[in-house]
Unconditional design. Sequence first.
Length: 681
Amino acid sequence: MGAKMRNVGIFAHVDAGKTTTTEQMLYQSGHIRALGSVDTGTTQTDWLDVERERGISVRAAVTRFAWKDTPINLVDTPGHVDFLSEVERSLRVMDGAVLIVSAVEGVQAQTEVIWQALRDLSIPTMIYVNKMDRVGADALAVLDQLQRLLSRQAVPVAAPIGAEAEFAGSLPVLDERALGELVQGERGLDARVPVEQMLDEHPWAEPYRRMLVETVAEQDESLLEAYLEGQAVDDALLRRVLVEGVHRSTLFPVLFGASNRGLGVKELMDAVLAYLPAPGGSEEAPVSGVIFKMERDPVMGKIAYVRLFEGIIRNRDTVLNYSRDMQDKVTQIRRVTGQKTEDIGVLKAGDIAAVYGWSRARIGDVIGAPEGVPGEKRLAVPLLTVQVQWKNEAEYPAVVAAFQELADEDPLLDLQWLQDERELHLKVMGPIQMEVLTSILLSRFKLEVSFGAPSVIYKETPASVGEGYVAYLMPKPCWAILRFTIEPGERGSGIVYKSLVRNERLLESYQNEVARRVPEALQQGLRGWEVTDLRVTLIEGEHHVWHTHPLDFVIATPMGIMNGLANTGTKLLEPLLHFRLSVPEEYGGKLMNELVLMRGEFDAPIVRQERMELEGTLPVATTLDFPARLGSMTKGRGTLTTFFAGYRECPPDVDVSRQRRGVNPLDQAKYILAVRNALSG
């Protein structure tokens, strides 16, 4: 089955035409009888109320169709930067990707973020230049931009016929007879026009053919030799080298189309079969898969979308959830297409399906053996925190329950529920996500909520080297002694933990409990923010043969860590954005002045075609209202692209604290009492 299948993610910046392209693929493959429209809210993959109202994708949607007898699992991902976490999870389950770029806007902020992630994970990628029928569409200019900003190895495999209103599809610049049986059309191979004849008839296609041959030839000695000596290039060899390059992620085919008119979509589906790899994996191997998406059905409960890399799962099988160390029974396996589902009863290696019955599962859980599951790439870093507000006090429990359900589907919301203060805080990517959450709460849970003003998520890091010590010996029965060294780490290094204590001094099971609790203890530092970029080493530990209970180390670890942070002190870290700004030259001076006031750092400006381009970094804290200000400062002619660039130390005059959840472990007597009551309750 796997060899005759494709798992393809479809990615783009918002408004590049991703959902329209998906809809055309479903229509032209015969999977749906009538085309839906993003504008009228009738597409297959955008079916949440909020998606239909706004015409944007919020959740990744899995759909399936067949093209030339090959089943294709297509994952349509959100294009807006606020929903990057959905993109991040989808990347993990793809064997290939189609990146859609607008022929008018070209490479945009989200395009670059996704491209970098696709490269980091070495996912074979094709680029589809959409909207060739729009005013301002320029294929060669977009190709130049793709090669400049994404990769020199982006190669056209087709030449667009005309542009703007004259756009009429595209011509292949690789001899179609060399594409093999995978993409035979209705005419059959013999009826196809040789590439030399095509170039004679359409000389304007020659630059595209030359770009293809030159770039692909660089990857094969015999091709390069033939090309440099002016000999005819063997298209069968050219195609083979191209496919190998795509599979190795060293070549990236580029196609052209206008999806809203259905032009170029069949060629795109042909190219998916010709260039993107089939999934690997064996049905005989032990089960190995990952949950990449969760939904909740009012009748059936939780739905876990699973990509299976190895093995086979059937209805009523009991399967190991490796991440949660528990067994879970499958009640049903269904194929989901848009809003339709069918019971298929079995999920085989290489395929994707919805599994029902796993009530305790979470997004990101590894199913079965972890060895077969690829790593993940963190793209989404929520940089803002907001407080939820509800209309009346009676709704408070329902609002908390609703957000807990949403956090199951998107763990990055990272709910902070302050029970004593009756407050609910969550992390968000930006204002669009807040609007969407408001809409989902209303349509799905019939609850009206609003959000307070967003504030920036800071972090803390140790200011110096120091020790943390705890001797938890009272009130009996208990006995746990721990001593840690805490040292500042490199920026971006996270938490590095190790133990130097021998097992005879502190049993392995107790050491494991300490290792598990250290990251939890660092969730809230001296100012209430997460502590990061540090090395924690357990240098002394002691248990008592009679008095120690395993839970003693659950209580002792946060006290030892907070004692250490009180000794080292902490510095505040703030999040940064990398930005690229393009403005008409006459506004350049004013904008540079503005960037300096915002504590921005940037390189020398570059002037291109009467526009000034600036690149550098900005603190998130000073940029919350910058996009709106930029519009008024440049009369709407400035463009700003930003993506997360890490954390750095705050200037001395910035000192922001956050309210702590629960009792502070520095107040040891009160903390011990609170935790012991919670553990025994």
